[in-house]
Design a protein around this ligand. Sequence first.
Ligand SMILES: [Mg+2]
Length: 170
Amino acid sequence: MKPLLLIDVDGVLNPMGHPTPDFRRYRCTIDGEVYTVHLNPRHGRRLLELALATGSELVWATTWEHHANDWIAPRIGLPALPVITMDPAGATPSGHGEMFKTPHVAAYAGRRPFVWFDDQVWAEDEEYLRVDQGLADFLLIHVDPIRGLTSRHLGMAHEWLTLTGFSQGS
Ligand SMILES: [Mg+2]
């Protein structure tokens, strides 16, 4: 079972803060709405390297859903990735205070180990996954939405996958 690397867009690949020169600005038009995003091509390269090194599979876990494959992936050099759909109507709150995406992530991951990069994962999500879903083999990496994904987060994922033995890379 390949481990999963779950990736959010807003606050992770598209930081909310003032972008550094590594980032380029793009416009995306979805259902007539125009969105501006700042993307760093290094993110795509680093994520692919991490997936290869650990034998993991990259998957979108974002409200962009399939739009991430049209508007985000090609701009940072990622191939089209599988998508976890995030219909808010499909998630019934458990009482642990988890965010709306978390039950969708749990259902998709099943028994597969996963690392999840998101700016909105907190202790409540950890508790929901462990207690309510009975999952043990996961790592939630909280990303500061101002700066977005950094080498530190990628390093944490690599270390966890390696130390737990889930890494299937060389
Ligand atoms: Mg986000």
